[in-house]
Every structure is written in structure tokens, then in C-alpha cells.
Design a protein around this ligand. Structure first.
Ligand SMILES: NC(=O)c1ccc[n+]([C@@H]2O[C@H](COP(=O)([O-])OP(=O)(O)OC[C@H]3O[C@@H](n4cnc5c(N)ncnc54)[C@H](OP(=O)(O)O)[C@@H]3O)[C@@H](O)[C@H]2O)c1
Length: 325
């Protein structure tokens, strides 16, 4: 089968190669999926560069998530040949076939295309587990989403609205603001043209926002804290800007705020029930049209490096998908 391979860590243009390798065998308690589409994510760049929290063992096929059809099952699998599934597959999604254990094989929601379904795990699970399970976002609260037109950000905007929050989206440029508006944001702020902290305070009568969804990091995080209300929660999602911020804890104490971390992939090691429960909630939200991955570009299998270029250049709106079958 064809698969994208990494034999040494480095910039994706230098280390990715398209190869023919033997197809995988199903694990005893899992299956082999023929991949229809795979989702691209910012963490793919980190994994390929050897900078992801968990280093992929060399050599490896990158790609965290895919949608496809079960082609072979292990003797103890719950699945059947022909099941349509989405799979969390660190690593291996950028290939014609991927093997996964049953707990990583979840239902493909009927209304979604392959490209949409392939993007339902990383960004939407991160958004839902982050907002509901970790930050306890309640209906009627105000949610500020940073990087709101990116992969995790746009999912958080949709989910925030679906959960009954008032959503303030922060992004740069007309196209990104338009995407956040289309995803349901109540207010969009262009951080290149406006002081987003002042704008968020003005929009909340100086009270501040209840939850900040932060996939950006760097200086942005420290500034954003000033827009957080009494008993607000800063949800730490990632560091797209590169720098990991250091927060002065007196500010946490003085305003009774909480710093809440999320490493979604770690739930697979520690608490798979939360992933399954969250998937059921996402399927229900998809079913009634409350959320839907926004795939702004579908790439041919050979064009994976182009898609990763777009992510590296801060050019992605929503999600990108690799068409495999
Ligand atoms: N915690 C978890 O479990 C988890 C799961 C998935 C992803 N992540 C992490 O979350 C972060 C964002 O992922 P994503 O998929 O949302 O990425 P993305 O689609 O590339 O979006 C990131 C957004 O961050 C903003 N940004 C600000 N400064 C930036 C800079 N210097 N370079 C690039 N973007 C910058 C951009 O918005 P503007 O251009 O509008 O400013 C961009 O749209 C990454 O660090 C990723 O590893 C964490």
C-alpha cells in the first residue's frame, strides 16, 4: 500500500517520503481500516519534526485521524468488515490502510462526508473535552476563543454556541473573521486591527469572559488573562505562536481564576470512557446540525506536503483533509 513515511525528524518538506509498504495486520482486539480521508492537524507538523509531546518511534507513518471502512478484523474485535468508522490513529492515518484497536474505532456520523468525518476527532474532541469536561463551560456564560478560525478554534466556536454560550472570536483578517461568524460567533474581533482585550471587556460591561479557549500561547495568553472574569477559567490548548507563556500566579490568586490544561490524546491512555462519551455527544450534535467540520480544502494523497505548508504558514481556515481512496 502507499503510505507517507518519516525516517528521521525534521521539517516536513525534507523528511516526508511517499512509499510502498506492506499493509498492516489487524490487532487481536482491533481492525484494519481502508482510509477514505485523513484529517490534517497542526500537531502533524510537530510530530514530523520530533517536537510533539509524545515522540513517534522512527520510522513511522504520520497522521492522527481518518475516516474509512473496516476491511479486516482481529479475532476479538467488536467490529465487522464493512463498518464505516472514524479512527484516532497516532500514528498511521496518512496511508491507504491503518490498523487500530477497537477503542480507537468510533462511529462515522451519517451526515458527514469522508473529509468531514476524518476531522471530527482531534479538533472537536479537544473542543468538547476541553469546554465541557475540563473548563465546565455553562449555558449563558461567555467564551472567548483565540485563534478562532484555525482547526481547534473554529471547532470551539461551533461547540461554544451548541453549548449555549455567548462566543467572542479573535482572529486575523477578513476571511478568518468571516469563517468565525459563519461558525456562529456572536462577536468577532480582528486582533491585528483592534485591542482584543479592550474589545472583550467592552462587550461584557467590563465584567470579562468566563472561559478563554487558548490554542495560541505566547504573549497572547498573558494579554488575554486581563479579559478573564472573576472565577474565570483559562483553558490551555496549545502554543501555535511557538512560545510557552509563563503566568504570574498572583494574578490567578487575586481574581480567583483557574488555569486548566488539556492534552486530549492522553485520554486514550488514562480515560477512554471520556473519549467514547464525548464521541456520542459529537455524533448527536452532528445529527441535529449543531456542529459540522469546516473542510476548506481537500488534497490529493500526493499533495500532503502542500497541506502541511498551509498549516505551517498560518494559512488554514478550519480543517484540511487528505483524500486517500
Ligand atoms: N491540547 C490538545 O489536546 C491539542 C489538540 C489539538 C491541537 N493542539 C494544539 O493547538 C494549537 C493550535 O492548533 P490548531 O489546529 O488550531 O492550529 P491552526 O489551525 O494552525 O490555528 C492556529 C491559530 O493560531 C493563531 N496564531 C497566532 N499566532 C500564530 C503563529 N505565530 N503561528 C501560527 N498561528 C498563530 C492563528 O490565528 P490568527 O492568524 O487568526 O491569529 C491560527 O489560525 C497547536 O499548538 C496544536 O498543537 C492541542
Amino acid at each position: 500500500m502507499r503510505a507517507w513515511r518519516v525516517h528521521q525528524y525534521g521539517p516536513h518538506r525534507e523528511v516526508l517520503s511517499l512509499e510502498d509498504i506492506p499493509p498492516p495486520a489487524p490487532p487481536p482486539d482491533g481492525a484494519v481500516v481502508e482510509v477514505a480521508a485523513a484529517g490534517l492537524n497542526f500537531p502533524d507538523l510537530l510530530a514530523i519534526a520530533g517536537q510533539y509531546q509524545v515522540r513517534a518511534p522512527l520510522s513511522f507513518t504520520p497522521g492522527f485521524e481518518a475516516a474509512g471502512v473496516v476491511r479486516a478484523v482481529g479475532p476479538h474485535s467488536r467490529h465487522r468488515v464493512g463498518d464505516r468508522v472514524v479512527t484516532f490513529a497516532p500514528w498511521g492515518a496518512f496511508a491507504e490502510q491503518v490498523a487500530a484497536v477497537d477503542d480507537a474505532l468510533l462511529a462515522w456520523p451519517a451526515p458527514l462526508t469522508a473529509a468531514e468525518a476524518a476531522n471530527l476527532l482531534v479538533t472537536y474532541q479537544t473542543g468538547h473535552v476541553g469546554l465541557v469536561h475540563r473548563a465546565r463551560l455553562a449555558a449563558g456564560e461567555t467564551l472567548l476563543v483565540l485563534g478562532a478560525a484555525g482547526g481547534t478554534g473554529l471547532a470551539a466556536v461551533q461547540l461554544g454556541k451548541a453549548l449555549g454560550a455567548r462566543v467572542i472570536a479573535v482572529a486575523s483578517g477578513e476571511a478568518k473573521l468571516a469563517a468565525a461568524t459563519a461558525a456562529g460567533a456572536d462577536l468577532v474581533i480582528d486582533h491585528r486591527a483592534t485591542d482584543f482585550v479592550a474589545a472583550a471587556l467592552a462587550a461584557t460591561d467590563d465584567r470579562g469572559v468566563d472561559v478563554i479557549y487558548d490554542p495560541v500561547g505566547g504573549d497572547t495568553t498573558e494579554r488575554a488573562l486581563r479579559a478573564l472574569a472573576w472565577e474565570g477559567r483559562l483553558l490551555v490548548i496549545g502554543f501555535a505562536a511557538g512560545a510557552i507563556p509563563a503566568i504570574k500566579l498572583n494574578r490567578v490568586l487575586l481574581r480567583n481564576i483557574a488555569l486548566v490544561g488539556l492534552h486530549w490524546g492522553a485520554y486514550f491512555q488514562h480515560d477512554r470512557a471520556t473519549i467514547a462519551r464525548t464521541h456520542a455527544a459529537l455524533v448527536e450534535l452532528c445529527g441535529r446540525g449543531a456542529i459540522k467540520p469546516v473542510v476548506t480544502r481537500e488534497l490529493a494523497f500526493a499533495d500532503l506536503p502542500d497541506g502541511l505548508d498551509t498549516i505551517a504558514a498560518r494559512g488554514v481556515i478550519g480543517n484540511l483533509a487528505l483524500t486517500v481512496a
